[in-house]
Design a protein around this ligand. Structure first.
Ligand SMILES: [Fe+2]
Ligand SMILES: [Fe+2]
Length: 162
């Protein structure tokens, strides 16, 4: 098997698997919170996002580590909140979380660059682009919420989900 990932980056990629799975975990919690309040569209949106996007991100790191001849380790996922004051707080927290993930990807990008890990560096370029989309996605939800007069039910009606 080729050895195309260094020990330090391998460790950080394993940490990122947990970060991505925890992102999904947070969004599942937000989905449950919304479901309980009758916001079925937003609940479905967040659940699908957790399943389709965050799980996919985690698996992308898993596959890269394996392809590069590294070792996959699944760490513990820290407990996530299950209560928020209101919908606006939920949306702002989701944006803040995506900003945190973007910052994480930048740390990995810097490390890959420093260590001349060219394959990882290429792959992280994809993640940086993805993070721009992710931040935009949640910022747009908040913008729509503000534009529609912060009426939870009306806004939820307009949330599209796959
Ligand atoms: Fe992600
Ligand atoms: Fe995300």
């Amino acid at each position: 098997m080729p050895q195309m990932i260094g020990i330090e980056l391998n460790k950080e990629f394993n940490n990122q698997i947990v970060e991505e799975l925890r992102s999904g975990y947070i969004y599942l919690a937000m989905s449950a919170w919304a479901e309980q309040r009758g916001m079925h569209n937003f609940a479905a949106f967040m659940k699908t996002h957790a399943e389709k996007e965050e799980y996919k991100h985690a698996m992308k790191f898993v596959k890269f580590i394996q392809d590069a001849g590294g070792k996959v380790e699944y760490g513990a996922i820290e407990k996530v909140p299950s209560d928020w004051a209101d919908l606006e707080t939920v949306l702002k927290e989701a944006i803040k979380h995506e900003q945190h993930i973007t910052a994480r990807i930048k740390i990995l990008w810097d490390l890959a660059k420093k260590e001349s890990e060219v394959y990882a560096f290429e792959m992280l370029g994809w993640f940086l682009e993805e993070q721009m989309e992710e931040e935009n996605l949640f910022e747009d939800l908040l913008r729509q919420y503000e534009l529609t007069g912060k009426k939870d039910g009306y806004w939820d009606h307009r949330v599209h989900h796959p």
